[in-house]
Design a protein around this ligand. Structure first.
Ligand code: ZN
Length: 504
């Protein structure tokens, strides 16, 4: 006999199988980025796209809809915070989104973005926006169509943002970003006017890759990365992939003439990995066992990279060991020099190379342009001018070419509109969570300075990781911090840090 209970069991079994299939594709993807020989690319693409099609077919099968409907009307989900309720609610969200997009549309989007990606790679090489413009035009038309197919309450951006940050809206993002923008522009101006410059040349000495790797591994393990349930390898573009419980992989790349890239990159990916390693293992494949959003995921990576990894407390603990491993490389470098060098703030053209303060201005301008492009207030042809104008206004510099301007990011060529805001949401959530952890844990700096990271990690496990998708991102953060999302904590943190370094 079919009951809501048996339907729910069947639903969970199907979701687990779909996740097993999806995670198998992720192993292939990880291998492609790390160890696969170049000649394997052609068949690897076929392997991955076959698995992706199987995942899509199984997840959008009418049977999933029937099972959801059987559970939805039942008493199984009367407690909205129960596993059953959260799993049903979140599966319904993803199911509706996936089934509202006809397969012909999905194939067309995939075809166009694949060609657009190649066009973008070439256009960026020669800094030729005109070569990319027709592709951007096609993608915007498709993304508008996608938003309309998925459904929205008047603002198409909401439907696109929702894929990365469930339940967030453009209005919600804009309100917080606008309270951030003016203060950041003012802060950057004061820093530039201070006349102080961080001794960044310290980081540009010769740093052998083997020693960088040793330090990165030690730091990752120390803050809590479980190497028995994870790996660190090398790839061109660093990433973290949580494959299955017990197997979370991170990557980095080593530049022997720059210390910052690999070390802070590894701490960043470690932050993502700690979230994945902290998810409920018994709920693999189910929403309550999955990360809630990209913004919350990024809050974990940015917290370990910046709020912990670029703090005085962290280096009080880790600099003696760093000096020991690097030997004479750091001769003549004081603790204060090191701390200033790793916290250098200065306007630059490339988002991924920018510091904690200017980074968010890079994100804000992208969000503003995306909104204008989708609404039609801005045409693709006017993107380069609009981009450069905003960089001038926010950062006081002008990109010398489009490669270092509007062609620098991969996102638009892949159709990822609505993705950028999650980076700054991550920074905002990170600052608020860190402030709340400090309130709850007492002498957090003292703990970090003595190399004790378990209290902070334990706090994050309890407040964030173990909940998976039980709550919306905003609700999860509200429960952890007792506050609404706002720019206050991030601004306080940045003002305090730069105030001391730049005497402002
Ligand atoms: Zn990240």
């Amino acid at each position: 006999m079919t009951t809501p209970e048996t339907s729910y069991e069947e639903l969970k079994k199907s979701l687990r199988e779909i996740s097993l299939l999806g995670s198998t594709a992720s192993v292939l993807h990880w291998d492609e980025q790390t160890y696969m020989p170049p000649a394997g690319a052609e068949y690897r693409a076929e392997q991955v796209s076959l698995l992706a099609r199987m995942v899509h077919e199984q997840f959008t099968a009418p049977r999933i809809g029937e099972l959801l409907a059987a559970v939805e009307g039942s008493t199984l989900i009367k407690d909205p915070e129960s596993d059953a309720a959260a799993n049903t609610r979140e599966t319904r969200r993803s199911y509706d989104r996936a089934t509202r997009l006809p397969s012909a549309f999905v194939e067309e989007l995939s075809r166009v973005t694949s060609l657009a990606h190649h066009a973008w790679v070439e256009a960026r090489k020669t800094s030729d926006f005109a070569a990319f413009q027709p592709w951007l035009e096609k993608i915007i038309v498709l993304k508008r169509e996608e938003a309309d197919l998925v459904g929205h309450k008047g603002n198409r951006y909401d439907a696109l943002l929702d894929e990365y940050e469930p339940n967030e809206t453009a209005d919600g993002v804009r309100a917080v970003f606008e309270s951030l923008r003016g203060s950041l522009v003012e802060l950057v101006g004061k820093i530039m006017d201070s006349g102080r410059k961080a001794p960044v040349e310290i980081l540009e000495r010769h740093y052998p890759a083997a020693k960088q790797e040793q330090l990165a591994r030690e730091a990752a393990a120390r803050v809590g990365f479980d190497f028995n349930a994870g790996r660190l390898d090398v790839s061109v573009h660093p990433f973290c992939t949580g494959l299955v419980p017990g197997d979370t992989r991170i990557t980095t790349r080593y530049d022997e003439s720059y210390f910052g890239d690999a070390f802070f990159g590894v701490l960043h990916e470690t932050g993502h990995a700690l979230y994945d390693q902290g998810l409920n293992k018994d709920a693999f494949g189910l929403p309550v066992g999955e990360a809630v959003s990209l913004g919350i995921h990024e809050s974990q990576s940015r917290m370990w990279e910046n709020l912990v990894g670029r703090s005085r407390a962290f280096w009080k603990f880790f600099l003696p060991r760093t000096r020991e491993v690097l030997g004479s490389t750091l001769d003549g470098v004081s603790d204060d020099d090191w701390y200033f060098a790793i916290n250098d703030v200065r306007p630059s053209f490339i988002r991924t190379e920018s510091d904690e303060v200017t980074y968010n201005l890079h994100v804000l301008l992208r969000f503003e342009l995306e909104e204008a492009l989708l609404s039609g207030d801005l045409t693709p042809a006017d993107v380069p001018d609009a981009w450069n104008e905003k960089v001038r206004k926010y950062l006081g510099i002008t990109p010398p070419d489009h490669a270092r301007g509007c062609l620098q990011d991969v996102h638009w060529s892949g159709g990822s509109f609505g993705y950028f805001p999650t980076y700054t949401l991550g920074n905002l959530y990170a600052a608020q969570l860190f402030e709340a952890a400090r309130r709850d844990l007492g002498d957090l700096d003292g703990q970090i300075a003595s190399g004790s990271f378990a209290p902070l990690l334990g706090w994050l496990r309890g407040k964030i990781h173990r909940h998976g998708k039980r709550y919306t991102p905003r609700e999860l953060a509200r429960r952890a911090t007792g506050q609404e999302l706002s720019a206050d904590a991030l601004l306080d943190y940045l003002r305090k840090k730069t105030g001391e370094l730049y005497g402002i």
